[in-house]
Design a protein around this ligand. Structure first.
Ligand SMILES: Cc1cc2nc3c(=O)[nH]c(=O)nc-3n(C[C@H](O)[C@H](O)[C@H](O)COP(=O)(O)O)c2cc1C
Length: 338
């Protein structure tokens, strides 16, 4: 996987870029999205990074999630931080970011809110830190707040908040108390029962769910017998995790649908067909992350492909497709293995 797009000599987005097809417009947690595409946290810097690439426009995305932000600045993990795998990549960036105060004061004022919706991505090592960062973003122009519960909880010896429904719900409830903005909880696939976790996060006040974050993995250099990733382990993303992500979206949809809680489906989406699969499994919006590293124009072809499919199916609204996966008892009852 490698990026080949040319870089514009000047900065800033392509102002004259065509808008996505009107069929793709939707409301997500009360926000107007021009497209179901959400550019994912950690893959687009703070929303300004890809606007330097010829032909790229933030207007092609319904929303952009900024890099994970903590209370204080973080330098991140030692190298190597990324490693390419078959059909995917491992990353252990370690939440490098300049801290919430810098993001709110210096980065948000530079973003063009007329182009798309911007969503903060909140991280923390304690519940108090999640609350502090959420409160700061609440008092900013940001459109919505996503909480990344995959961070290690220092008080509990480093276990991830997101791996345990009780801890996940505590983080969500605490953040809910300090913001009226739409709150999205990003669920980890690295747990036993994502349905239970989703249910608890909804009860704790989450307005939407992002499904899934990366799948933990590792890679070893047999010459040195050392892990390739400086942090030993990293999060696997890209097409390699798509089947896992799709099943998790389907499972979470069963829990979220009765509450009217929408899902941002994500994990390996690269094409319009990938996106359609996630929408049929129950996603209202779809995230694109790793694909941008080797296909920065992916949004344009995904938007065009979804619009074309809707027209061919005689549908005039994307929401008519959400969760329309056809299953029957014959499928649900079949053996799980073999
Ligand atoms: C380099 C990199 C950095 C990431 N940083 C964050 C982050 O700061 N916060 C977060 O919630 N997710 C982060 N993610 C996870 C992505 O937002 C996304 O959920 C995941 O990669 C699955 O989607 P994809 O396969 O389309 O990339 C990161 C992913 C990558 C590849």
């Amino acid at each position: 996987m490698h990026a080949m797009a040319s870089v514009k000599p000047e900065t800033c987005g392509a102002g004259a870029a065509a808008q996505p097809d009107a069929l793709l417009r939707l409301k997500f947690c009360g926000l107007d999205f021009a497209s179901p595409i959400v550019l994912l946290s950690g893959c687009v810097g703070f929303g300004e990074e890809y606007t330097r690439i010829e032909g790229f426009s933030n207007r092609d995305a319904g929303a952009i999630v900024l890099k994970g932000t903590t209370g204080k600045p973080r330098l991140g993990n030692p190298p190597h931080r990324i490693y390419e795998t078959p059909a995917g990549m491992l990353n252990a960036i370690g939440l490098q970011n300049p801290g919430v105060e810098h993001v709110v004061r210096n980065i948000l004022p530079q973003l063009d809110f007329s182009e798309t919706r911007f969503i903060a991505n909140v991280s923390g090592s304690t519940i108090e830190e999640y609350v502090e960062v959420t409160r700061r973003f609440d008092a900013s122009p940001i459109d919505a707040i996503e909480i990344n519960i995959s961070c290690p909880n220092v008080k509990e010896g480093g276990v991830a908040f997101g791996n345990y429904p009780d801890m996940s719900a505590q983080v969500v409830a605490a953040c809910r108390r300090v913001t009226q903005k739409p709150l999205i909880t990003k669920l980890s696939p690295n747990q036993t029962d994502i349905r239970e976790n989703a249910r608890r996060c909804i009860e704790a006040g989450s307005d939407a769910l992002a499904v899934i974050n990366t799948v933990m993995g590792m890679a070893i250099d047999v010459e040195t017998r050392r892990p390739f990733i400086g942090n030993l382990q990293g999060g696997l993303s890209g097409p390699a995790i798509k089947p896992i992500a799709l099943l998790k979206v389907h499972q979470v949809y069963e829990v979220a649908r009765p509450h009217g809680v929408p899902i941002i489906g994500q994990g390996g989406i690269t094409t319009a067909t990938d996106a359609l699969e996630f929408i049929m499994a129950g996603a209202t919006a779809i995230g694109v992350g790793t694909a941008l590293f080797y296909e920065p124009m992916a949004c344009k072809s995904i938007n065009a492909g979804i619009a074309e499919y809707l027209k061919a199916q005689g549908l005039d609204n994307l929401l008519q497709l959400v969760g329309t996966l056809r299953t029957g008892r014959d499928i649900e009852d079949s053996p799980l293995c073999g």
